[in-house]
Design a protein around this ligand. Sequence first.
Ligand SMILES: Nc1ncnc2c1ncn2[C@@H]1O[C@H](COP(=O)(O)OP(=O)(O)O)[C@@H](O)[C@H]1O
Ligand SMILES: [Mg+2]
Length: 499
Amino acid sequence: MGETPIPAAVPLAALLVEDSESDALLVVRQLRRAGFDVRHARVESAESLLAALHQRRWDIVLSDCSLPGFDARAALEVLHGSGQDIPFIVISGTIGDETAIELMRTGAHDYLMKGNLSRLGPAVQREIGEARMRAERRHTLAALSDSEASLREAQRIAGLGQWRIDPPGEHLWCSDTLYALFGLERVDEQHARHTLLTRIHPDDLAAMRQAHRELQAGAERFDIEYRILRTDGSLRHVRECAARATAEDGNGARLIGTLYDITAQKAAGEALQAANARLRRLSGRILDAQEAERREVARELHDQIGQALTAVKLELQGMAPSVGDGPAAHRLASAIHITEEALAQVRGLSLNLRPPQLDYMGLEASLRWHAERQCERAGLTLTFHSSLGPTRLDTRIEIVCFRLVQEAVTNIVRHAAASRVDIEVELSGPRLEVCVGDDGHGFDVAQARRRMLEGRSAGLLGMEERAALIGGEVAIESATGHGTRVRVVLPAAGEGTRG
Ligand SMILES: Nc1ncnc2c1ncn2[C@@H]1O[C@H](COP(=O)(O)OP(=O)(O)O)[C@@H](O)[C@H]1O
Ligand SMILES: [Mg+2]
């Protein structure tokens, strides 16, 4: 190999293991000629070598083969012992092939003859390049292992298990955290699949295996939940998400999955559902009790107070002939008038509390009667369409429907500043649909809902609650300036009469 000059002087820190000062200078001169800007030190014993290695960073160690009391082999040992990865080149006056091979085997990077140093420059350059690559590789590996360690730590903290299936050969790898999730110790890889499968709840196993089969067969991803029976006997709910990813070597797709324990969320969700169901049952009972009480009060008002007032009115009317035409007659007439008004109020109250016609006239007639009465009082124009006719529905459904319409109409009278009200009732198959619309100024439904959730109004909440109790829904559309439409959908067949 010829001498390849190096374009700009490259700084080089060279440590020479050499007993001859002149030989050392020969080497340094050769390096300078090859284009290096050399700084060097010369050592000739193990102690001075070690001291020099500790003192500063060297780019290369150039060692004579044998010195008085020291040699290249011992120098290599010192270098290795220091833990530094510095290229080591042996330069010898006389070196047998055997020794050279032996030295290369124990870690020397190259060897040269003092008589022919032309190869020195390129050899040093090459070895420095390789040492730099080795350092980079070490650095990358350290970074990789560091990031792997923090991934493992993150998985441990999150309780996240991970698996990976790499092609070819469908080799399955599982993280320690995955085994931990199952309450298992790591098992060797051939048995992993089987061992893990034995811990899946028997009722969930088929669905879980199906999801895996589909992924293997080409599906992009899955996201499933199932139960596992841990070795300690506890039952855990896990969520497993897996997807296909391109393997780093581009050699087909690898499958990657994660598992995490959702037992706590599951329990919280179930507790929430149970609490909701309890609340719903409770509000159902409250509404039932409210209806019963209203019926009772309505009857009382109608039968007792209404009868009493009627009797008073008859008595007063009976007195009229004996009173004559004086001022007493005027007061009597006024008393009769007041009594009549009180009677009308009592009847109105009683009708609002429990419209008796709901029981004998049916839903459609009651709705029409109620709406007409309210609109007439408030001076609103009413259009009423219904396809229900004389059809009777479950009492509870009829009461809910009546109360919803009653509240919607009351809201129009109270809040809408409308001039017309449109009511449509339609029975289509298993659904009863009721629409109550107005041409009033409308309102901000989201804001009203917030007020309702803060407990500042109860009408809309009561509507939603009543509807939900029998499996129905209320939807309100409203925009300021464009009126309001309350749409109610109820199941037409209930679960039995309880009203
Ligand atoms: N048809 C409507 N037109 C205009 N505003 C309405 C209508 N219905 C309801 N609202 C608005 O929604 C609010 C909440 O109604 P609701 O829950 O029934 O409470 P309340 O009638 O006791 O105020 C009302 O205060 C009113 O501002
Ligand atoms: Mg209201």
